[in-house]
Every structure is written in structure tokens, then in C-alpha cells.
Design a binder for this molecule. Structure first.
Ligand SMILES: [Zn+2]
Length: 314
């Protein structure tokens, strides 16, 4: 078999958990055909002595929603060994969108992810309205690495509710249904899942909370049920998960419980009480004092405001 490429003498970390080892990696077409001591010469050879050779990383949390519409290199991820980026996280993105809401979506992305608004204004062509249109716009482009997108709650809420959505007003049953329909439509069009944010750390560039911060349980569950009917898709929920915000955390957990695999738990007619809710997050420990790890497992800290029944500490 002709070898198109042989990567020589690198330290191979194959992703299985096996110990690193020095080896050659031979590739024919789009397949790795041999890992070890490769005698045959490749049409192309790379000397990887002193370098790591590993499978490409899949970065499931990125915000290339804007950059992917004008850039092909997707730096810095592609330079870090990432071969797939998943964008559309944290409930912020640029589809679906009506012309009047473009500025609001830029302010949301600018504030939440610290992406400069001027760059977004210059780069975004807005050659789309629906999520399917947006995915088509991405598909027309070529990239150094693979790009996946998700349906974002913020744009969906604005699209359905207008300014009321941005102002975090409650959604009507009809609006919830429409949000669910749009989310499912986007996932059927190729989006990997649906994302939402319930953290106070996420604010627009004007300092306002995200449109989704206080979305009601009924809204999250309604959207998750609609997604469940597609039989695919993941849910990403960003939450503070602290005791102070316990009620919002509960809603997020319910949402995850309805939408997480197996997705058919969201089939209409099933009583909610039988849905398998995920276990309480490890860093929230009610009734055992108020110490818990910070977001992302960072330094431990103390909360001073707690729900009734929990200890208070300085
Ligand atoms: Zn994010």
C-alpha cells in the first residue's frame, strides 16, 4: 500500500490512555494504516522527533460564530492542534436574526465573550436569517479545521419575543412553542444542539443580563421537549450553580434532565416526575455548610446569602 505520509519518531499519545511511546505513524489516503516502526518510505515524510503526535482535539466550547463567517484559519484553535471547533455556546450567537436585532446580538456577544463589537460589525455579512441559512453560509466556506454550530437561546428568544425577550419578560405558551419549533428546526438543519446561559457573569456590553438569565422552567422544558422530538441534539446550560441562585440551577437541571440522552425521555405524554434528572452537581452541597468550589472548580469561597436552612458564614 503506498504511503502518502509518514510522521517519523514522534512521541505518540494515541488518545486511548496508553503510555506515550516513540513511534512512526503511516497514513494512506485518509487512514492511519500503521503505528510503530514503519520501514516503507512515504511520499511525504515529517520528522517529528521531539514533538508530540496526537489525535486532533475537539474543542466543544468556542465562540467562532462570527469569525467562522469571514475567516478560514480559525486561529488560534487550529494552531493549537484543535481539529474540530463547536461554536454557538452559552446561548449567544447570530441566528436566527431579523435586521432590527443585529445590533442587540452583537452587544450580547461583545459583552458575554469579550469579542470587540467593531470587529463583529465589520466582519459579519448577515447573509442569513434562520439557523438553517446561517449553517448554509458556513457550509459555503472552506476551513482549515471542522466547524460545528449550535442553536443559541438568546437569538431565538429575541427572534420570537422581540424587545420583551431581551428584557427577560416571561414567554407565553405560544412563544415557548415557537422557540421550541425554531430550536428543533435548527437541529434538523444540522446544528449539534441548543445552548442557554443562566449566569450573572454573562452580560451584554451595556451591562444588562443576558435575555435567557431568568427564562422560566416552562420555557426551558418546552424547548427541550421540542428538541427531544428530533431524537438528537445536546443541551448546553451555563449556570452559576451556587446556593444563592439555587432556583435557577434547579430549572437548568430540569432542562438538562429532559433534554439529555436518551433524548426520547422528552416524548410527549410522559409525566415529568418520571424523567431521570441528573444528580445534583458535586460542588453544591446543601445542608453541609456554605463552602463550595467556585465556577470551574476554582478557589473555594464562601457565600453569605443562603436559602433558609443553610448556615451562613463570613
Ligand atoms: Zn462560552
Amino acid at each position: 500500500m503506498p504511503l502518502d505520509l509518514v510522521i517519523r519518531s514522534g512521541t505518540v499519545i494515541d488518545g486511548t490512555g496508553a503510555a506515550p511511546r516513540t513511534a512512526d505513524v503511516a497514513i494512506s489516503g485518509d487512514r492511519i494504516v500503521e503505528i510503530g516502526s514503519v520501514g516503507a518510505k512515504g511520499q511525504r515524510e515529517i520528522d517529528a522527533d521531539g514533538a508530540l503526535v496526537a489525535p486532533g482535539f475537539v474543542d466543544i466550547h468556542t465562540h467562532y460564530d462570527g469569525q467562522a463567517t469571514w475567516d478560514e484559519r480559525l486561529q488560534p484553535s487550529s494552531g493549537h492542534g484543535v481539529t474540530t471547533v463547536v461554536s454557538g455556546n452559552c446561548g449567544v450567537g447570530f441566528a436566527p436574526v431579523r435586521p432590527d436585532d443585529r445590533e442587540t446580538l452583537v452587544e450580547l456577544m461583545e459583552g458575554v465573550e469579550d469579542l470587540p463589537g467593531t470587529v463583529l460589525h465589520e466582519g459579519l455579512s448577515w447573509a442569513w436569517e434562520t439557523v438553517a441559512d446561517y449553517l448554509d453560509a458556513l457550509e459555503r466556506r472552506r476551513y482549515d479545521i471542522d466547524v460545528a454550530a449550535q442553536v443559541c437561546h438568546g437569538p431565538v428568544r429575541l427572534y420570537v419575543m422581540g424587545q420583551r425577550g431581551a428584557d427577560r419578560e416571561p414567554a407565553s405558551p405560544e412563544e415557548i412553542k415557537e422557540m421550541g419549533r425554531l430550536a428543533a428546526e435548527g437541529i434538523r438543519a444540522g446544528a449539534l444542539g441548543f445552548t442557554t446561559s443562566r449566569t450573572l457573569n454573562h452580560r451584554t456590553s451595556r451591562g444588562a443580563p443576558t435575555p435567557t438569565l431568568t427564562a422560566a422552567r416552562e420555557e426551558l422544558v418546552g424547548i427541550a421537549r421540542a428538541i427531544g422530538e428530533t431524537g438528537r441534539g445536546v443541551l448546553q446550560v451555563v449556570s452559576d450553580f451556587t446556593g444563592r441562585r439555587r432556583r435557577r440551577g434547579d430549572a437548568a437541571r430540569d432542562d438538562a434532565g429532559v433534554g439529555s440522552a436518551p433524548l426520547d425521555v422528552a416524548a410527549p405524554g410522559r409525566p415529568r416526575s418520571r424523567l431521570p434528572l441528573p444528580a445534583r452537581p458535586a460542588r453544591y452541597r446543601p445542608g453541609r455548610g456554605s463552602r463550595h468550589a467556585g465556577p470551574g472548580g476554582g478557589p473555594r469561597r464562601r457565600d453569605t446569602a443562603r436559602p433558609a436552612g443553610l448556615h451562613q458564614s463570613a
